[in-house]
Design a protein around this ligand. Structure first.
Ligand code: KG4
Ligand code: ZN
Length: 359
């Protein structure tokens, strides 16, 4: 069996479309993404109204580009998958409305996708048909660490995504951040150090020249719950540290040491909770997903501490599939299509978008 899916993602500040082939593996034939980062940078964060207006300008362009690059037309598609939750409501509505319009005109089924399920599907994407399918390589139970700008979660995955139920994200959740997400912690501390938005990749770069033991920063206590996280104290601690340093010397010479110390304070609880979960549930594989999965130190520590240290294989998506993209949404759509969860045109005209993760 094989299927051709158009994925659409507009939940935050990336306007993305992708055509994916589901045939003994999940193969993106094209990904077209317009990143709004430069538009939001002057404000130090995403401005929802700016985001939705720009999605409106870009959506037709990225969809046309994705179809063209994949050398297919809308009538060739088997289904359209679109992120309809959670995210910025105005931004989501642009993608959902575009998907409904394209779907209705071409009489194609539509699959509403939870953004986080998209991230969890990202390690299953493959650019090369010559490698054995990731569906065969990833063994269960698996533990997934989902680290993005909006979420930090640990999931226990019993079976292949082909069997995931609609309430999968709720039933698999072992732990989550009680306050800031890991990406948010990177972005907020980066702002204190004077890096542009989004700060995660600048913190990653600066840390490579810094001493991670240079400054002592707090880690949340275990009292917050076995697999939970808390990063809000780190922001205040970094602010106080920077104020203290500025009193005696210029911040500039210390930025990379502070960045490396902050990065380690974010990564330590991610690694320790992950290892705890792997051991408790005898996990056979680990999946690392979300924008923060692009972090080079996190990837290295996972290799050292899990793959080499415990012999547990770690699967992370290619860098281009870590941050928000429509290929992962098409991938989640592909598995949902197989499960018979696509909506026919008469059923999706009233389909809505939801800001919250609960839907
Ligand atoms: O998954 P994503 O694109 O958007 C959400 O769904 O939130 O994640 C974006 C987050 C931002 O907080 C960004 O700073 C972080 O991923 N990020 C990184 C790196 N690259 C992106 N954080 C640490 N190191 C990186 N190399
Ligand atoms: Zn995301």
């Amino acid at each position: 069996m094989s299927a051709l899916i158009l994925g659409i993602e507009t939940s935050c500040d990336e306007c993305s479309a992708s055509v994916l082939l589901d045939h003994q593996g999940l193969y993106p034939l094209s990904v077209s993404t317009f990143s709004q980062i430069k538009l939001h940078q002057p404000y130090g964060g995403v401005v929802p109204e700016v985001a939705s207006r720009n999605h409106l300008e870009q959506i037709d362009i990225v969809v046309q580009e994705a179809l063209m690059q994949a050398k297919v037309s809308a009538s060739d598609l088997d289904a359209i998958a679109v992120t309809n939750r959670p995210g910025l409501i105005g931004a989501l509505l642009v993608g959902v409305t575009a998907a409904k319009a394209i779907g209705y005109v071409h009489q194609k089924p539509l699959i509403p996708v939870h953004h986080l399920e998209g991230h969890l599907m990202s390690p299953f994407l493959s650019d090369s048909k010559s490698e054995p399918s990731l569906f065969q390589r990833i063994k269960y139970p698996a533990i997934a660490l989902l680290v993005s700008g909006g979420h930090t979660q640990i999931h226990l995955i019993h079976n292949s995504p082909r069997t995931w139920k609609p309430d999968f994200l709720k039933t698999s959740l072992l732990g989550y951040s009680l306050d800031d997400a890991a990406g948010e912690a990177f972005d907020k501390t980066a702002k204190i150090l004077g890096f542009p938005y989004p700060g995660g990749k600048w913190m990653d770069e600066a840390s490579q020249k810094g001493n991670a033991q240079g400054y002592k920063l707090p880690r949340a206590s275990k009292a917050i719950g076995e697999f939970n996280f808390s990063f809000s104290g780190l922001k205040t601690a970094t602010l106080q540290l920077v104020d203290r340093i500025k009193k005696t010397q210029s911040l500039e010479g210390q930025t990379h040491h502070i960045a490396a110390s902050v990065q380690e304070a974010i990564l330590d609880p991610l690694l320790s909770n992950l290892i705890l979960a792997v051991q408790k549930y005898s996990a056979q594989s680990v999946l690392l997903v979300g924008g923060v999965a692009a972090n080079s130190r996190l990837r290295l520590r996972l290799k050292n501490e899990l793959s080499d240290g415990l012999g547990i294989p770690v699967f992370f998506p290619d860098l281009k599939y870590c941050t928000d993209n429509a290929a992962m949404i098409a991938a989640a759509g592909a598995v949902r299509l197989c499960q018979g969860e696509a909506l026919p045109p008469q059923d999706y005209l009233t389909l809505n978008a939801f800001a919250s993760s609960e839907h």
